[in-house]
Design a protein. Structure first.
Length: 480
């Protein structure tokens, strides 16, 4: 998301007629422990394996006898796609032993290994216990992946790996210049997820503006169906639809200012309008009762049971919610509804970007092996396997030819086509993980539970952002 000059957001229309109550008090939102720093090992021993000979078949110079240690986040995408790619690694290097492990507790299990100087060779750094990537980059704990980006691609040696990636994926891995620190393997479409079957049951279409959204929620409520639900225990899911909603109202530069931790960024009129619109869902009883206490899995289950129409989420939800999704559900995703005709960007403005971040620690024993495993994963065959297994696009720009796409995947492809150039890519969640997940998420959660008004939530979140901007112990990033 390129930085643009700021514009005043005048005439936002409907925000002036939204009513809100002056609810007071706080709720307790569970917080998570995040990696605040990774201490370097005191050991002076260099355990890095010797680099192998480079060749056309081994462009990165992998040591063909060295072991490879891979840790995968076992979440919405599971781990089988990685295991399958590791089999290809073993075929290429039959003398190398691949150690594979999967967990949902990335930070808890791996921080001690970082601190001790014995991290894995490749990590899928995702989930609720994701390690703070901004901190990892700032503390020089990650390997520069530029050699991987400049290596010949797996399928076509005439193309570099970087030339096979979907738009924006390479830039997602850059924090402070041209060097690439993270390889985002999935290509995620964030937005408002719904069941086309449920909308058809209400003789309704997806609402393109907020008046229509409220009217549909009112209609659903009369039928005993809530308008929305979300991961109340992890309210950082809310920005998946809220951030592009803010951009649609006030322009993408509003999100740039938020990412840049600029003074008063959260006090922008577009933020106020978006917060008040979401708050109205709460005030009018359009949020599923008990949502504030639900995990992401529980909220998805309530949604697939037909208890709520809309769910802010990412494209991993199809695979993650598969066990409870009825065959006739017709899962779909759409860009956020607009506010009104004064919005700066058209309907269709959506957040889509790289997801499922893979990293190689700077102190990895076999860094070439870690990069080669990623090169294999970015082949057409591995990409197709990923898409078939988990029903999500990969970072490889292709890999869907000959595949029959589900309604959810096809709607994601259609949403990207409709968005055109109006795809936003807020960086808060990977530049400042603690701020995004613990603090901004908590403020939004309190507001959506009716314990803070929009004005109070904005004040609280702005204070968090200001504190982060002044905190000299963390590295700060800006849109270039």
């Amino acid at each position: 998301m390129a930085s643009t000059s700021a514009r005043k957001n005048e005439g936002l229309g409907r925000r002036d007629v939204i009513k809100r109550s002056a609810a007071l008090g706080l709720i307790t939102v569970p917080t998570m422990s995040f990696l605040s720093a990774c201490a370097s090992s005191d050991s002076s021993d260099d355990d890095t394996v010797k680099k192998g000979k480079t060749s056309a078949k081994n462009p990165l110079g992998v040591n063909d006898t060295a072991g490879l240690d891979v840790v995968i986040f076992n979440g919405g995408f599971g781990e089988q796609y990685a295991i399958d790619a590791e089999k290809e690694y073993t075929k290429a290097f039959p003398k190398a032993k691949v150690k594979h492990s999967a967990t949902q507790k990335i930070q808890s299990q791996l921080q001690p290994r970082f601190n001790g100087g014995t991290p894995p060779d490749l990590i899928d750094n995702s989930g609720a216990e994701q390690m703070d990537m901004g901190v990892l980059v700032g503390k020089k704990q990650l390997l520069d992946l530029t050699p991987l980006m400049d290596a010949p691609s797996f399928d076509d040696p005439s193309k570099k790996v970087r030339d096979t990636l979907r738009p924006g994926v390479l830039e997602m891995g850059q924090f402070d210049g041209d060097r690439v620190w993270i390889m985002y393997y999935a290509y995620t479409v964030y937005g408002v997820w719904y069941s086309q079957t449920a909308l058809e049951g209400l003789d309704a279409q997806y609402p393109e503006n907020w008046d229509d959204m409220l009217a549909l929620c009112a209609k659903a409520k009369k039928k005993g169906i809530a308008g929305w639900t979300y991961a109340g225990k992890y309210p950082y899911y809310l920005p998946f639809s809220l951030y592009p909603f803010i951009a649609k109202i006030g322009g993408r530069e509003v999100l740039d200012k938020i990412d840049n931790l600029e003074p008063n960024a959260w006090k922008d009129p577009a933020v106020k309008a978006a917060f008040e619109a979401y708050y109205e869902l709460q005030q009018k009883g359009y949020i599923l009762k008990g949502t504030a206490g639900l995990t992401h899995i529980q909220s998805q289950t309530e949604w697939t049971k037909g208890k709520a129409l809309f769910l802010p989420n990412g494209s991993w939800v199809e695979n993650e919610a598969a066990p409870t999704t009825p065959k006739d559900f017709k899962m779909m995703v759409a860009a956020p509804s607009g506010l009104d005709s004064s919005d700066k960007l058209p309907f269709g403005t959506i957040w889509a970007s790289g997801g499922e971040p893979f990293i190689i620690p700077a102190k990895a024993k076999n860094p070439e092996g870690g990069m080669e495993q990623l090169r294999i994963m970015l082949s057409e065959a591995s990409s197709k396997n990923f898409t078939k297994q988990v029903k999500s696009l990969s970072a490889f720009n292709g890999g869907t030819d000959g595949l029959t796409l589900s309604t959810a995947m096809q709607s994601g492809v259609d949403a990207l086509k409709k968005a055109g150039d109006n795809v936003v890519n807020p960086r808060m969640q990977d530049w400042y993980v603690k701020l995004q997940k613990e603090q901004i998420g908590a403020g939004l959660g309190e507001m959506m539970a009716g314990r803070l008004t929009p004005a109070e939530a904005i004040k609280k979140i702005q204070a968090y952002a200001d504190a982060a901007a002044k905190d000299q112990s963390i590295k700060h990033y800006k849109h270039q």
